[in-house]
Design a protein around this ligand. Structure first.
Ligand SMILES: Cc1cc2nc3c(=O)[nH]c(=O)nc-3n(C[C@H](O)[C@H](O)[C@H](O)COP(=O)(O)OP(=O)(O)OC[C@H]3O[C@@H](n4cnc5c(N)ncnc54)[C@H](O)[C@@H]3O)c2cc1C
Length: 424
């Protein structure tokens, strides 16, 4: 059965989130910018009280199952929540749903020992610490098989050596989840393992932090690892299972990100609607110009199409399909997400005229952000390859020179099927 409505009880929660985010959280975006250093006294003063209210409402860290204090809502409800708090940069932080901590908490919940859960997962879920997820290296990002960092076993320890790149939050992280080659002679997808490493382990050096346009802080680190030792139990999952472990965090994270992106793009759309009915040129509102109307209609259609794709994928996950079995849908969401934000934010910027490019309005930041989301967690091309590969893998090639959908073949089959009835 198809349904396009939210159950009334949950709608009350969504309404609460919408109002709370607009009234209480959005002001933080201008006061604190993209800075969310949990050790900052302003963070303590402004963010902590809002996090407490979210906890009181029972909406904190809902991405986790009930056994970890989450609600076990499922992906459709999580998507709808992210759509509400994703309007604000601080929304995910206030709701305990900030990447990469959400994904890292999922990995720890699945693979951590009881001691690791106590030491890392509990404070992470309480947002008393933040974490870093580090795969990318200077010579290889889109292709993880180019990873060169090594981990070699010595007694009861693993020793890590190598270079990591674009490690977001490394400078504040209390721990890293890091991928390294443990078995260079194994088949490529079984050659790497995942480790949890405390940030204070000797031998970790932040070489440089890179900043992106529009971010006040340079927060994406080049990190050098020289003889960093961790005990054997710090391997997460089995030896050679880094790709399996990584999958745990990716599906849900991509879906939540998609709905936050939708929220940002929808905001651009709403602001633009207001602008075009308010601003006049050549004796009439912009909204009366057909070329403007076309842009408004195209924006709306693009947003609705994207929303349906994300919600359908979330629904598939809620039917008990694991992320791997619906990776085509997840990759489709990931591939189209940057384009939706780019198109909608660019149109919003353009329809606001010169005002649209200024730093008074969010559009230029969001256009740049569309490039972030087209790269982080794998570039668009890689996800399109997944979609195409999944679509085509069960399609059989034609056995004859001319395909059986050529008109003369279709006619021959139609005649063979119905001529006797026509003749009778
Ligand atoms: C905001 C942000 C935060 C990030 N945070 C982290 C983090 O915390 N931890 C982490 O490990 N990494 C992080 N990254 C890195 C991210 O995962 C990589 O940028 C991504 O995997 C792409 O790798 P690359 O940048 O090296 O691009 P490359 O591998 O150099 O690729 C460059 C371009 O080549 C093209 N291309 C690549 N592969 C293919 C293909 N198969 N087919 C066709 N074209 C292709 C694409 O156009 C691609 O953009 C972050 C990136 C960004 C932008």
């Amino acid at each position: 059965m198809w349904e396009f409505k939210t159950d009334p009880e949950f709608q009350l929660e969504l309404d609460w989130i919408r109002d709370f985010v607009q009234e209480e959280v959005e002001p933080l975006d201008v006061l604190l910018g993209s800075q969310w250093n949990i050790h900052d006294t302003r963070f303590e003063k402004l963010v902590r009280p809002l996090q407490a209210r979210v906890r009181e409402r029972g909406l904190w860290a809902c991405h986790l199952g009930p056994e970890l204090g989450g609600k076990g809502y499922g992906q459709v409800k999580l998507a709808l929540m992210n759509e509400q708090f994703g309007r604000s940069r601080f929304g995910p932080i206030v709701f305990g749903a900030q990447a990469p901590d959400t994904g890292n908490s999922e990995i720890l919940a699945h693979y951590g020992t009881p001691e690791q859960k106590k030491r890392y997962l509990e404070p992470l879920l309480e947002n008393r610490i933040v974490s870093c997820f580090s795969i990318t290296e200077p010579q290889g990002g889109a292709d993880p098989l180019l990873i060169r960092m090594t981990a070699r076993r010595e007694g009861d320890e693993w020793i890590l050596d190598g270079e990591k790149w674009f490690a977001s939050n490394a400078r504040y992280a209390a721990f890293y989840i890091v991928m390294a080659v443990t078995d260079p002679d194994a088949p490529p997808h079984k050659s790497m393992s995942m480790f949890i490493v405390p940030a204070e382990a000797p031998g970790i050096e932040i070489v440089r932090n890179y900043g992106f346009h529009g971010e006040p802080e340079e927060g994406h680190a080049h990190v050098r690892w020289s003889g960093v030792r961790v005990p054997v139990e710090n391997m997460l999952g089995g030896r050679g299972e880094a790709f399996v472990v990584a999958q745990v965090r990716l599906g849900g994270g991509r879906m939540h990100h998609a709905m936050r992106t939708l929220a940002e793009a929808t905001r651009c759309f709403e602001l633009t609607c207001q602008r075009v009915v308010s601003r006049s040129t050549k004796g009439e509102a912009l909204a009366k110009k057909q070329m403007v109307q076309e842009k408004i209609a195209d924006m709306w259609v693009q947003l609705r199409q994207f929303r349906l794709l994300v919600l359908e994928t979330a629904w598939l996950a809620d039917q008990g399909n694991d992320w791997k079995s619906i990776r085509m849908n997840v990759s489709a969401v990931k591939a189209v997400m940057p384009k939706v934000l780019h198109d909608v934010a660019s149109t919003a910027l353009h329809l606001h005229g010169a005002f649209g490019i200024t730093t008074q309005l969010p559009f230029s930041d969001l256009v740049i952000n569309s490039f972030h989301i087209g790269l982080a967690d794998g570039p668009t091309e890689v996800h399109k390859v997944v979609v195409a590969r999944e679509i085509l893998k069960n399609v059989a090639p034609a056995e004859t020179m001319f395909p059986d959908y050529v008109r003369h073949a279709v006619e021959a089959r139609a005649h063979a099927k119905y001529d006797t009835m026509l003749d009778g």
